[in-house]
Design a protein around this ligand. Structure first.
Ligand code: FES
Ligand code: FES
Length: 154
């Protein structure tokens, strides 16, 4: 049994010793957390763990005891998308969408620490999030747009 807070809700879940955070999140219905490689290479399973972007497939569920986890489902507020999500939609940064939850969460973690990232810093922040569709140009543009909006710029 592990206890953790997921998207603001306290949860107590069964977890076998070998279960990863990815396993338990998806089992409990948080399927916005995608499973790609299962080995830390693709970033599809990225979640925020106590505010840090991590690959949920590399975190044993037991290590998340007492932690606060945010998945893509936890970003919107009262039906309003997070500015990063909005910017991804506006710029056409979503194609098949498989990488999108993880990439959005990596961007959210970056912008929480760095309100004015350079293009290089953005590219570095999402370097672990593989995208087979877009070539990354639109995502970088989206994250720049979201950063500006979060700074209160138009
Ligand atoms: S599924 Fe976790 S990094 Fe690929
Ligand atoms: S939009 Fe398809 S993998 Fe990124």
């Amino acid at each position: 049994m592990i206890r953790l807070i997921v998207n603001g809700r306290e949860e107590s879940w069964d977890a076998a010793p070998g279960d990863t955070l990815l396993d338990v999140l998806r089992r409990e219905g948080w399927v916005g957390v995608k499973k790609g490689c299962g080995a830390g290479d693709c970033g599809a399973c990225t979640v925020l763990l106590n505010g840090r972007a991590v690959n949920a497939c590399l975190v044993l569920a037991a290590r998340a005891e007492g932690a606060e986890v945010v998945t893509i489902e936890g970003l919107s507020r009262d039906g309003t998308l997070h500015p990063v999500q909005e910017a991804f939609l506006e710029t056409g940064a979503v194609q098949c969408g498989y990488c999108t939850p993880g990439m959005v969460l990596s961007a959210v973690a970056l912008l929480a620490e760095n309100a004015r990232p350079t293009e290089d810093e953005i590219r570095e922040a999402v370097a672990g999030n593989l995208c087979r569709c877009t070539g990354y140009v639109k995502q970088v543009e989206a994250i720049e747009r979201a950063a500006a909006r979060l700074r209160g710029e138009r």
